[in-house]
Ligand binder design. Structure first.
Ligand code: FES
Length: 155
């Protein structure tokens, strides 16, 4: 009789232990899932570039309008869709606006300086070479043809 009670008690303890382990595993799985979701959300929140605009590069052929040419000649740079045109001394150059580091948008600020808008410590010189803050790679460059003051960019 005592043996039967002892067996029943052991059986109940076994079930309780099993339920406890199952509950523990279920709780642990939920915990791991929660930590994973929170980590993902924190990584997204910490991403300083979440709202950054990706730059893009030009493709094809474009002839500047008279107004665009006049603006370029007076301010020494022109930011267009996928394209920057600069004037360095008497030399016209054209570059794509996609940063070779992580595709941030590049903005020309003068005839000899262009800045990445995603990582603003990154600049490119007059010939499109990176300053090494994030990359020393060069911007994509295009051919500028000057036909009696009419500028055509091809690439
Ligand atoms: S994306 Fe331009 S420097 Fe990082």
């Amino acid at each position: 009789m005592n043996t039967e009670i002892a067996l029943a008690s052991d059986s109940e303890n076994f079930v309780k232990r099993h339920q406890t382990r199952a509950e523990f595993l279920k709780t642990a799985a939920l915990g791991v899932t929660s930590v994973s979701i929170i980590s993902c959300l924190m990584a997204c929140a910490k991403n300083e570039d979440a709202n950054a605009v990706d730059g893009k590069n030009f493709s094809g052929s474009l002839t500047l309008t008279t107004d665009q040419k006049n603006t370029l000649d007076s301010q020494k740079f022109l930011n267009l869709d996928g394209l920057m045109v600069t004037l360095d001394g008497a030399t016209y150059r054209a570059f794509g606006r996609r940063c070779p580091h992580e595709s941030g948008e590049i903005v020309a600020q003068s005839g000899t300086s262009m800045q990445c808008q995603r990582h603003t410590e990154q600049f490119y010189n007059a010939t499109g070479v990176g300053n090494g803050a994030r990359t020393s790679a060069s911007l994509v460059s295009y051919t500028v043809t000057n036909n009696a003051g009419v500028l055509t960019i091809t690439g």
